[in-house]
Each structure stands twice: as C-alpha cells, then as structure tokens.
Design a protein around this ligand. Structure first.
Ligand code: SAM
Ligand code: DTB
Ligand code: SF4
Length: 334
C-alpha cells in the first residue's frame, strides 16, 4: 500500500494543530511539543507552513545603523552598549540627520530594502524624537522601508513616529518572563509589553523577538515563543538573535547553545506565527553557511545585511550574496 510523505509523517507524529492556521491561543504544551519533535519532522512542518505564505527562495534584507551608540542607562546583560558594563565601547551623541541619510543611501545602493535605526536609550527624549522623525522622513523619501528601535515609548511618542512615516518599530521581549530578571533589572517585562501595545495602537508594524544562547533553559525558549505567538496580533517581524558574546558584558562566557536548538527556535517561530517575517538576526558571523541554510529551510526569510550590526560584526554583503547564489535564493524585492 502506498502512503504519501505527508500521511507517513502525520501517522508517526500526530499533529494537534492545523499547519498554517493563524492562531493566538497557542499553549506552552503545544509549543513545547513542537520544540521536541524529531528534527526532520520539525523542519518539514516549518517548511510546509513557510510555503503556504512565502516564496521559499526570497529573503528580505534590512540594514542596521546605530544612530546613537553606547552610554545606555539600562543594564541588559547581553549588551555592549550599557554604561553599566565595562566593554570599552565609547559613547557617542545622536548622529546628524544628514549623516544618517548618507548611510541609508549607501544601504539602498547595496541592495537593502529596509533601514533600521537603533539608539542606546532607555527611552527617547522628545527633542531627540524630532531628529529621529526627520531621519524617518528622509529614509521614506528614498523609497526604503523604515524601522527604529529607541527603547520604551509612550503612546504619544508612538503616534509621532507613525506620523513621520515609520513602518516598523523593533522592541524585543528578549526571553521568557521567568528568565527575564536574570538578564535585565532596570525595566520589567510588563514595561516591554506596554511599549509594544503603544506601537501596535499607533498603527506601526511590530518587530519583536528575542535572544537565545543566554544560558536560558529550553523551557525559556518555549515560554518566549509562546508569549510572542499569543500576543493579540503576531509581530509582523520576529527577529531571533543568537547571543553575540561581548567581552565585559555579564553574559560573556554563557554556555554556548547547540546550534540545532537555534534552528529549532526559528522553526517553531515559523510554525506558530505563519505569516510573520522571521529574521535570522544577530550571531550569523559565528554560524557556518550550512547552519544559516538550515535556518532558511526552517522558515527564516529575513536577515540583517551589511558588515556591521549595531556595534558588532556581521557577514559582509559579498559573503551573503554569494551564499544566496549558492542556495539559489534571492533578495526579496522592495
Ligand atoms: N536600546 C533599545 C532597546 O533595547 O530597546 C534599542 C537597541 S537594542 C541594542 C535592540 C536589541 O538588540 C535588544 O533588545 C536585543 O534583543 C538585541 N541585542 C543587543 N545586544 C545583543 C547581543 N550582544 N547579541 C544579540 N542580540 C543583542
Ligand atoms: C534585533 O533583534 N537585533 C538587532 C536589532 N534588533 C536592533 C540588534 C543586534 C545587536 C547585536 C549586538 C550589537 O551589534 O551591538
Ligand atoms: Fe540599552 Fe538597548 Fe543595550 Fe539594553 S539593549 S543596554 S536598552 S541599548
């Protein structure tokens, strides 16, 4: 008797969920069950869901720029920009609008379709927001998508950013609610959810994900993905970062995560948030091309492009274009 691949897989691993359905009621047990699937079955499900919504060849490319670097009052244990960690990173003032726009033009010329501006702030001051709004307007005038990550926002600040034309706001949950206190003490998980609600209410697309490889338990990755997938609306963009360990930060020396567990996190994000862009974010510099290809198979369809993230190195454009070429993949058109 002949059996299809699909039937064989579902026979061996009965699926409690309908693949590709957009749901906001994922339970921890369901998410844990996904994480613990045999790797081939997990990738099969993730790739199946991916193809229901996206062209599997396409990868969206975003370029980051740190518009205000270092000297941050927060104590995020992973971050080289915290003033509380002796990382030797010099603090600098907010860049001038014209300098930022020159970088955006260069990013566009090298093929990026989204320009993401990051600032090492707890939250922006209203005066600084004037400059950021001018940057957003300039990026939009270039025909690029705009994204900003500036720390916590009030309702009014989110509205102002929306009015300037901001397309996306990045604000990560970073980890599970349970593990969060081991990583950051200067603002709460609830603060983060508040900012996300302000961004959503203002009509800005939400970019929200987290970091793995911070010494968390597998159950914390389950918790993080469950929280993301049960937000009132899924974030349009879900960055999954592998911790970049920086000398002088408290998380330098954290137990290294098995890279297959990183790929699993991408796959579970893809299955639980079927229509979101899942970004293979920080940490690519230390990943082989083969692991990155596995992340694409697991449903990642966005990367940060360009030789620098905010302060740490990233593979250069040439390397990424060569990888796309080897895989028969292409940058997603604007
Ligand atoms: N200060 C703002 C904030 O924290 O919301 C915006 C910039 S902050 C650097 C943006 C995100 O970068 C963090 O939430 C964190 O998820 C990620 N990040 C920072 N340092 C990292 C590291 N060493 N490795 C991986 N991801 C990191
Ligand atoms: C996100 O999730 N990852 C990006 C972006 N959002 C702002 C930042 C990664 C930063 C990695 C450490 C650094 O370069 O400073
Ligand atoms: Fe500051 Fe953001 Fe770094 Fe935290 S992650 S220390 S808020 S720049």
């Amino acid at each position: 008797m002949s059996t299809t691949v699909e039937a064989r897989a579902s026979k061996t691993f009965p699926r409690v969920h309908e693949l590709g359905a957009v749901r906001h009621d994922w339970t921890r047990d369901e998410v844990r069950a996904l994480f613990t699937l045999p790797f081939p079955e997990l990738i099969f499900q993730a790739q199946t869901v991916h193809r229901m919504n996206f062209d599997p060849r396409e990868v969206q490319v975003s370029q980051l720029l740190s518009i205000k670097t270092g000297g941050c009052p927060e104590d995020c244990g992973y971050c080289p920009q915290s003033a509380k960690h002796a990382t030797g990173l010099p603090a600098s003032k907010l860049m001038e609008v014209e300098k930022v726009l020159a970088e955006a033009r260069a990013a566009k010329a090298s093929g990026a379709t989204r320009f993401c501006m990051g600032a090492a702030w707890r939250s922006p001051k209203d005066r600084d927001l004037d400059s950021v709004c001018a940057m957003v307007e300039g990026v939009k005038a270039l025909g690029m998508e705009s994204c900003a990550t500036l720390g916590m926002l009030t309702h009014d600040q989110a509205i102002r950013l929306k009015q300037s034309g901001l397309d996306y706001y990045n604000h990560n949950l970073d980890t599970s609610e349970e593990f969060y206190g081991n990583v950051i003490t200067t603002r709460t998980y609830a603060d983060r959810l508040n900012t996300l609600a302000h961004v959503r209410d203002a009509g800005i697309n939400v970019c929200c994900g987290g970091i793995v490889g911070m010494g968390e338990e597998a159950e914390d990755r389950v918790g993080m993905i469950t929280t993301l997938a049960t937000l009132p609306a899924h974030p349009e963009s879900v960055p999954i970062n592998m911790l970049v360990q920086v000398e002088g930060t408290p998380l330098k020396g954290a137990a290294k995560l098995d890279q297959f567990d990183f790929v699993r996190t991408i796959a579970v994000a893809r299955i639980t948030m079927p229509r979101s862009m899942v970004r293979l974010s920080a940490g690519r510099e230390e990943m082989s091309d083969e692991i990155q290809a596995m992340c694409f198979l697991a449903g990642a369809n966005s990367i940060f492009y360009g030789a620098k993230l905010l302060t740490t190195p990233n593979p250069g454009e040439d390397h990424d274009l060569a990888l796309f070429e080897r895989l028969g993949m292409v940058p997603m058109p604007a």
